[in-house]
Design a protein around this ligand. Sequence first.
Ligand SMILES: *[C@@H]1O[C@H](CO)[C@@H](O)[C@H](O)[C@H]1NC(C)=O
Ligand SMILES: *[C@@H]1O[C@H](CO)[C@@H](O)[C@H](O)[C@H]1NC(C)=O
Ligand SMILES: *[C@@H]1O[C@H](CO)[C@@H](O)[C@H](O)[C@H]1NC(C)=O
Ligand SMILES: *[C@@H]1O[C@H](CO)[C@@H](O)[C@H](O)[C@H]1NC(C)=O
Ligand SMILES: *[C@@H]1O[C@H](CO)[C@@H](O)[C@H](O)[C@H]1NC(C)=O
Ligand SMILES: *[C@@H]1O[C@H](CO)[C@@H](O)[C@H](O)[C@H]1NC(C)=O
Ligand SMILES: *[C@@H]1O[C@H](CO)[C@@H](O)[C@H](O)[C@H]1NC(C)=O
Ligand SMILES: *[C@@H]1O[C@H](CO)[C@@H](O)[C@H](O)[C@H]1NC(C)=O
Ligand SMILES: *[C@@H]1O[C@H](CO)[C@@H](O)[C@H](O)[C@H]1NC(C)=O
Ligand SMILES: *[C@@H]1O[C@H](CO)[C@@H](O)[C@H](O)[C@H]1NC(C)=O
Ligand SMILES: *[C@@H]1O[C@H](CO)[C@@H](O)[C@H](O)[C@H]1NC(C)=O
Ligand SMILES: *[C@@H]1O[C@H](CO)[C@@H](O)[C@H](O)[C@H]1NC(C)=O
Length: 678
Amino acid sequence: METFLKGFLLLSAIILTLSSTASGQLTQLRFSILEEQSPFTYVGNVAEASNIQANRSQNEIARLRYQILTQVNPNTALFVINQFTGRLESAVVLDREDLCQSSPQCILGIDVAVFMQDEANPTQLTDLIVAFQVNVELRDMNDNSPTFPEQTITVEFPESSSIGFEVLTSTARDDDGGDLNSVQTYEFLNSDDTFDLQVLRNTDGSEFLAIVLNKTLDRELKEDYQLTIVARDGGNPSRTGSVNVNILVGDANDNRPVFLRNPYNVTFPENQPVGSVILTVSAIDSDDGQNAHITYKFGSSSRSQLFLINSTSGEISLRSALDYEISQQREFSIVVEAEDGGDPLMASQVLVNVKLYDVNDNAPQININLPPGGVDVSEDADSGYYIANVFVYDIDSGENGTVTCSVENEKFTLVKFSKDIYKINLQSSLDREQAEKHNVTVVCSDEGVPRMTNRTFFTINVKDVNDNFPVFSQTRYNVSIEENNSIGDVVSTISAHDNDAGENGRVTYRLLDRTDYFSINPGSGIITANVVFDRENITSVFLRVIASDNGDDSARFTSTANVTVFISDENDETPQFHSDSYIFNVLENQPLSTVIGNVSAYDKDVGANGDFTFSIEDGFTRFFEIDNDGKVRARLSLDRESRQEYSFEIFVTDKGVRKDLDPRLSPCTLRTRTIMFP
Ligand SMILES: *[C@@H]1O[C@H](CO)[C@@H](O)[C@H](O)[C@H]1NC(C)=O
Ligand SMILES: *[C@@H]1O[C@H](CO)[C@@H](O)[C@H](O)[C@H]1NC(C)=O
Ligand SMILES: *[C@@H]1O[C@H](CO)[C@@H](O)[C@H](O)[C@H]1NC(C)=O
Ligand SMILES: *[C@@H]1O[C@H](CO)[C@@H](O)[C@H](O)[C@H]1NC(C)=O
Ligand SMILES: *[C@@H]1O[C@H](CO)[C@@H](O)[C@H](O)[C@H]1NC(C)=O
Ligand SMILES: *[C@@H]1O[C@H](CO)[C@@H](O)[C@H](O)[C@H]1NC(C)=O
Ligand SMILES: *[C@@H]1O[C@H](CO)[C@@H](O)[C@H](O)[C@H]1NC(C)=O
Ligand SMILES: *[C@@H]1O[C@H](CO)[C@@H](O)[C@H](O)[C@H]1NC(C)=O
Ligand SMILES: *[C@@H]1O[C@H](CO)[C@@H](O)[C@H](O)[C@H]1NC(C)=O
Ligand SMILES: *[C@@H]1O[C@H](CO)[C@@H](O)[C@H](O)[C@H]1NC(C)=O
Ligand SMILES: *[C@@H]1O[C@H](CO)[C@@H](O)[C@H](O)[C@H]1NC(C)=O
Ligand SMILES: *[C@@H]1O[C@H](CO)[C@@H](O)[C@H](O)[C@H]1NC(C)=O
């Protein structure tokens, strides 16, 4: 984690140097804070520094919300912001040495977004208004002394060395990074002018201390020098550190090993495997035998966790994996020494400049800032409606870290807000009745070779709006009920369906007409009779049913269905003769089957219930017959002399059945008396 933090810092610094108002870059705000302060120390106020409240109404100002964007950026853990006021505070004790080592500048970058809270729906952040890159400079306190890696070092100068000959050793380290609190000067404590000190600064910022010969040496005069180097930082008061230097004067007759190149430069990709050889250094010694047997090692200042050197072959190999993105350093200068096997031994130094370069080994990280409470989008939201923010982050550099995103769902669009921030907006309106949920996939790719792609998705729940009518299963209903019904008998059930959800889709029924005759259950749509119907009085009833949903009062939808209730017939009417009695006068001696009279009847029922037949009283069927039309005929020639008068009954019987009686036995029958005078 620590290395990761450090790596990110470097990156922040790089972003800083790139910054300008060039399109896509975030507006920058700069604050500064002294290191080692207790948590919740005031850092700055984003609202004030950005002047975001200017030209806004009190209402709008009250709805501004400040958030630190939780990207992979580890600096986000170092600060807290008050979401209402924009006041930025430290979250922890910030130790500059821990966060920035001894870099001259310690800038902690975080991104802060400002949202406008929705007036209607306070749990929902509406729109991202602006995002800032906030750079917090962590100022140093001079709380560290310069220290040398070793307490004593031994170096050798050949007796024959010319003035200006130098031997490299390591500088002191001061964990304070600020310009003034870092090491400013080196000096000999007890100099006799034989040696001078010089600081060599490499392109990567690393430094070496060179002990430079200022006077010719004479081994016979003085074989060794015991000196002390003091390093002093620029603090007030300044702090110091020292190292004892044992300088040996070598024998002039030996030859020193000579490196084939000086310096060595090597570059290699960050994904170089551990153990692989990145460079082979080589020195030659013009001596013979043991004196020319060369061994290689790192100079005292260059003992490294990162590299290994093969003492016989001079091969420098990778000791631990290097990651361009998280390593603090991308350039290294190391000192390699070659020693011969002589006694006293002779050594040479060479500088090896190592440079790490980026490969596209990181996929973009996608961070979607979902409003608290989930992503509910109303189906009546207009196109362009703001849904969420997408923050992308690719730690690689250059085109390897340049990211473009798209959204895989034609209902949504991704609108670029700044270099690494997109807004997801609604492209076309949603229909909950078509899809209740949408899976929105965001795909981001960098422009490196090979291209690295990452994707993430989230779900949008479509909130219902009352936009559907109840629809009846039929627009017209023909239903029936038998007459002589009971009150409360079910006539029919009608139903309507509303595609909306919840109350917007719950249907309630009521009758528009004929509430005297019928009732309807508001929930079930069951129609029942309020009265006992008599088909002979009413044959059908027309009524209208209204189905209404239960959406908000102001926006309910209704539909109407026409219902015709037919009263169906029951055999409840007895056939009736038109006359109580009939008298026929007929002449005697008429031919057989002469119609001698007719009767007529009616039945108010319909169909079989209203259709009827006639019959003649038992005992008279010998004399008379009657057909279905009521025509009465004599079956024999009547003779007035033998009988003057026949008096008998004719029955009329309908063809229906009576529900209340045994249908096989009792059709509805009426009798009439017919008197006949031949
Ligand atoms: C506020 O509005 C005035 C006049 O419209 C404009 O000149 C000024 O730049 C605005 N200030 C900000 C901070 O937007
Ligand atoms: C180097 O030697 C010269 C005289 O040769 C002397 O003036 C000078 O001070 C010396 N420098 C140091 C740093 O000792
Ligand atoms: C080696 O690198 C150094 C600095 O990194 C540079 O000054 C020098 O010119 C380079 N030499 C060669 C031969 O590339
Ligand atoms: C160093 O290099 C020599 C010669 O290439 C080889 O024989 C030896 O095994 C190497 N040593 C190590 C520790 O790799
Ligand atoms: C991007 O990565 C490729 C290898 O994947 C590398 O060759 C290239 O130099 C990198 N580009 C940058 C700008 O670092
Ligand atoms: C992106 O890819 C990395 C691995 O390359 C993975 O750790 C991460 O979870 C992926 N997803 C997002 C949304 O960043
Ligand atoms: C959403 O889409 C992603 C890939 O595009 C898929 O992995 C995931 O299962 C989907 N989720 C749902 C709920 O459909
Ligand atoms: C309902 O009855 C009316 C009148 O008898 C008739 O015209 C219509 O076709 C019937 N409709 C249906 C759907 O049965
Ligand atoms: C016949 O129906 C009418 C209404 O249509 C009603 O007023 C009347 O009382 C009914 N008559 C009988 C005998 O039921
Ligand atoms: C329902 O009845 C009304 C008259 O009461 C009529 O105007 C309308 O057209 C009818 N609707 C249908 C679908 O038959
Ligand atoms: C009418 O219904 C009642 C009770 O259901 C029954 O007693 C009566 O006989 C019925 N009348 C006819 C004509 O069906
Ligand atoms: C049936 O009788 C009526 C009088 O009751 C008479 O007017 C009519 O003509 C008769 N019809 C036939 C076909 O005899």
